[in-house]
Design a protein around this ligand. Structure first.
Ligand code: GLY
Length: 366
């Protein structure tokens, strides 16, 4: 088992182990009421065990609050519905919420926790690889509007995160691979300057064990990603210095692919292609050598992820550029986070020639 600390104010622990669900109760000792938010399919498998363990190990009254599936449920309507049900049930400011599920549950329950009674404690219990290495760590919460994804949200750090890596056994293959897209991002984030957690080496040496979902190797992989994210979040908890924005490596192009649509890509698949794009762009800008450009292609490939934009009806580079210019992290022009000799840095408005090279690297000709 790994216990890592996210050193924000106040700090909190992330427990990572197969079977860690049993540790959730220990995070709720002084609570009188605990509202577990989940979705039906996840609750069917895990909620009975979780609720029984909280009930037997604490004096809290425990309730299960189900919400819908998919991005459309990550909405203000769901937040209002949850908050009304919390109020009806008697949840008060000193009580706690537990988010049991993937990113949709974590983001929505997290935002409800941020605003209900002006903020109640939340324990994040992610059950997808993507949520374990990203959404559950760092306190970003948000819901979607018709006008765009994650447009309404708040920073609300959890009081604890409990990652039961045995929940990965039942994850669909495509969803598992999607999580590996973010895992590849963490490895490449630390690739040029140093490999402090050993993640790059671990993925290189144990890629088949990762793909076979070896529980011990996955626990180690998740712990490395969480360690990298925890360090970045502690350095820039409110995304003010530019450090936290480095977590968006590969994401500018990935968001454009997801927004333009027509590719039927999961988030992690889009990130994998975005990493190839970012590596090629950094190479074309003279920031890194061909060895780094090659690694930005080789790592996603070794993890079974796509490295080229699939044939689709929307391979229009002008449309992708227009979306990238509108990316909420860009201050007007085109903005990327790219590797270089000093690590990952923001790079604005690369040349047309460099962009052409990066587009070609993922199979788009302009
Ligand atoms: N998902 C990026 C962040 O938490 O900052």
């Amino acid at each position: 088992m790994s216990t890592l600390t996210v050193a924000v104010d106040p700090p909190y622990d992330v427990e990572i182990a197969p079977g860690a669900l049993e540790l959730v109760a220990a995070k709720l000792k002084d609570r009188k009421r605990v509202a577990v938010v989940s979705q039906a399919t996840i609750a069917d498998t895990y909620s009975a065990r979780l609720l029984a363990s909280i009930e037997s190990e604490t004096n809290a009254r425990v309730g299960l609050f189900l919400m819908g599936d998919g991005e459309t449920s990550k909405s203000m309507t769901t937040v209002e519905d949850l908050c009304r049900r919390f109020a009806d049930w008697g949840l008060l400011r000193g009580d706690a919420i537990v988010a049991l599920g993937g990113g949709v549950v974590g983001d929505t329950a997290g935002f409800a926790a941020a605003v209900y009674h002006r903020g109640v404690a939340i324990v994040q219990v992610p059950t997808t690889l993507l949520a374990m290495v990203d959404a559950a760590i760092g306190g970003k919460t948000a819901v979607n509007l018709a006008e765009g994804k994650n447009l309404v949200g708040a920073f609300h750090q959890p009081v604890a995160v409990v990652v039961d890596t045995s929940t990965l056994e039942t994850l669909g293959q495509r969803e598992f691979l999607s999580g590996l897209g973010e895992v590849a991002k963490y490895a490449l984030l630390t690739d040029v300057v140093a490999d402090p957690t050993g993640l790059t080496a671990l993925l290189r040496l144990r890629s088949s064990a990762v793909l076979d979902r070896d529980p011990d190797v996955l626990t180690e992989v998740v712990a490395c990603c969480v360690a990298i994210k925890a360090e970045v979040v502690a350095a820039d908890p409110f995304e003010q210095t530019g450090r936290r924005a480095t977590l968006n490596l590969g994401h500018t192009f990935a968001h454009a692919l997801e927004t333009v649509g027509g590719y039927d890509l999961t988030h992690g698949e889009a990130v994998a292609i975005g990493l190839v794009f970012a590596g090629a762009l950094a190479g074309a800008c003279g920031r890194v050598g061909s060895d780094v450009v090659d690694r930005y292609q080789a790592l996603p490939h070794a993890l079974g992820l796509p490295t080229q934009v699939p044939d689709g009806e929307s391979g229009d580079p002008e449309q992708l550029l227009a979306v990238m210019r509108r990316d909420k992290k860009a201050a007007g022009g085109l903005s990327f986070v790219l590797p270089g000799q000093n690590g990952i840095e923001r790079v604005d408005d690369p040349s047309d020639e460099a962009l052409r090279y990066a587009f070609a690297s993922v199979g788009i000709g302009i």
